[in-house]
Design a binder for this molecule. Structure first.
Ligand SMILES: NC(=O)c1ccc[n+]([C@@H]2O[C@H](COP(=O)([O-])OP(=O)(O)OC[C@H]3O[C@@H](n4cnc5c(N)ncnc54)[C@H](OP(=O)(O)O)[C@@H]3O)[C@@H](O)[C@H]2O)c1
Length: 193
């Protein structure tokens, strides 16, 4: 999924990229992929331990989006220009604020609703500011293994680091879900047979 989003974004070196929910399972991939593409990466997440991790994954700047002025911090990190690309897996108000710091003509990928709803975007603003808005409706076709092969190759070569935040036996699935709902996990959760 992250590879598909990054491919559709056609990231160019030097572009300013904001990844919301940057410490989540998709976020840690998107931060690393954007960094590998030579982008200036701003990762947004909640809490210092996650921000530290987001920086370790390759973000140039990490911003805590639980703080009221967070969007201003993002704008400052682009010297006032705004970001060229947004990957938003958080949704809701966090997604809406991300649109506010998207440069006119930027690309906005709204792929998630971790905060409870997809990004609450003003369609008129999107059109007026010529922002290219993409969702997940046209993601990976069934039977298309090309990106899965790419993901395995990226992991094997070390271009991308796998981040497994928790691995629990299947019978502890409820605990795993509780930790995710409490936002206590970085990267993937694995349930083991
Ligand atoms: N994984 C996929 O292949 C895939 C495919 C399509 C769509 N999606 C959607 O994309 C979104 C992110 O997926 P993911 O796999 O990266 O999820 P995830 O690993 O569970 O990460 C979700 C992130 O959202 C953030 N978040 C913000 N507000 C939250 C809230 N109110 N409650 C819980 N978490 C909150 C959390 O980080 P902070 O605590 O730092 O905010 C957390 O790291 C989800 O909506 C998912 O349904 C995922």
């Amino acid at each position: 999924m992250a590879l598909s989003l990054a491919e559709k974004a056609v990231l160019r070196p030097g572009e300013r990229v904001l990844v919301n929910a940057a410490a989540g399972s998709l976020g840690v991939w998107l931060v690393q992929l954007a960094h590998a593409a030579g982008a200036h990466v701003i990762g947004a997440a909640r809490g210092e331990w996650k921000l530290r991790h987001v920086r370790e994954m390759g973000a140039d700047v990490a911003v805590d989006y639980s703080e009221p002025e967070w969007a201003e911090r993002v704008r400052e990190a682009t010297a006032g220009a705004g970001v060229d690309v947004v990957f938003d897996g958080a949704g809701g108000q966090l997604g809406r604020a991300a649109l506010g710091v998207t440069a006119d003509g930027g690309r906005f990928f709204s792929y998630g609703a971790a905060s409870g709803a997809v990004a609450d975007l003003d369609a008129h603003e999107v059109e007026r500011r010529r922002v290219v808005l993409r969702g997940v409706e046209d993601e990976i076709a069934p039977g298309d293994w090309r990106l899965a092969d790419q993901a395995l190759s990226d992991l094997a070569t070390g271009r991308i680091r796998a981040v497994i935040g928790q691995a629990l036996p299947l019978e502890r699935a409820a605990d795993a879900h509780a930790a995710m709902a409490a936002r206590d996990v970085i990267g993937k959760t694995l349930l083991l047979p």
